[in-house]
Design a protein. Structure first.
Length: 306
């Protein structure tokens, strides 16, 4: 990394750290360790690199909903803001455990049972666990390497009917194949607010898809969509089925639209990238290219052979 700024002054350690954080934070899905290796080599300063990594890795892991295997192999935990107890400890609501995470190594180092105050009440847990069961079925069918979690975001201490509460559903699926020059991820977050008075559940979702192809080139896909829907408030099991079906519908619809876009990519998108008219403002006769002789025209312009 260059030691000089735009005005010719040497970069300070703080400026180098900020630049390094930007590169690390913007690494494609599943590729932050490759970027980190190059950034460290370019910096040539372990102290600056370690400061940048300590800042960038936690935010990257949360933004990409990175999933890590629990130390007891009881499942995977998603590094999500909804489960963050502090910088290094995250709640896994399914197993009611708290995992200590090494963000830079992307591993879980310790595991402990969650304290009572870190968990929702029995009444809220009935709704949460029912939804978790239905979502797990859907994710297992739709995403071969997908994981999901359901977090209580509000009203976790409610002991019975009569008050509002909220959940967040997080779905994360990644496919990393660097040997084939291809990495990608699917991330979706769904929030739902249960309104007891209206017996109504308001649902909002955000789906984000990233893909990176880098064989002899660098092509990236970064797309997202926002969704809205609703359902009536019912028993925990009936609510869970209804919400899971709504999520399934919206995600399947978006996936179909992406597949359709890929089918039209060569005929439409790439064609639109090509210049409509050359600088001569005359359409090139693609149907009759044999009528042109570059050698003959150059010879004529340069008066060669005379």
């Amino acid at each position: 990394m260059s030691d000089e700024g735009g005005a010719g002054e040497p970069l300070s350690d703080s400026q180098k750290r900020e630049i390094a954080v930007w590169f690390l934070s913007n690494a494609p899905a599943g590729e932050i360790h490759y970027v980190a290796r190059d950034v460290r080599a370019l910096l040539g300063d372990d102290a600056v690199y370690e400061a940048a990594a300590a800042e960038a890795f936690p935010e990257y892991n949360k933004a990409h909903l990175v999933s890590l295997e629990l130390p007891d192999r009881s499942g995977d935990i998603i590094i999500a803001t909804y489960g963050e107890l502090d910088r290094n400890n995250y709640l896994d609501p399914r197993t009611a455990q708290v995992a200590t995470v090494d963000h830079i190594k992307q591993t879980c180092t310790k595991l402990r049972p969650a304290a009572d105050e870190e968990l929702p009440s029995a009444y809220i847990e009935e709704f949460r666990s029912a939804l978790d069961v239905e979502l797990s079925k859907y994710v297992a069918e739709a995403y071969p390497k997908g994981v999901c979690a359901v977090y209580c975001t509000s009203g976790k201490d409610i002991e019975g009917p009569g008050a509002d509460f909220g959940f967040a559903v997080v779905i994360s699926a990644a496919k990393c194949s660097p040997q084939n020059f291809c990495n990608g991820s699917w991330r979706s977050i769904w929030t739902m607010d249960f309104n007891y008075e209206l017996q109504f559940v308001d649902i909002k979702g955000k789906i984000q898809v990233d893909a990176h192809y880098f064989e002899e080139g660098n092509v990236q896909l970064d797309t997202n969509i926002d969704c809205k829907d609703s359902t009536i408030m019912q028993s925990p099991d009936d609510c869970a089925v209804s919400i899971a079906n709504i999520i399934r519908h919206h995600e399947s619809e978006y996936l179909s639209s992406l597949e359709e876009s890929y089918l039209n990519l060569s005929d439409a998108t790439f064609k639109d990238l090509r210049r409509k008219l050359p600088v001569t403002r005359t359409l090139f006769p693609w149907h009759n290219t044999l009528a042109f002789s570059l050698t003959r025209d150059l010879a004529k312009e340069l008066a060669l052979g005379k």
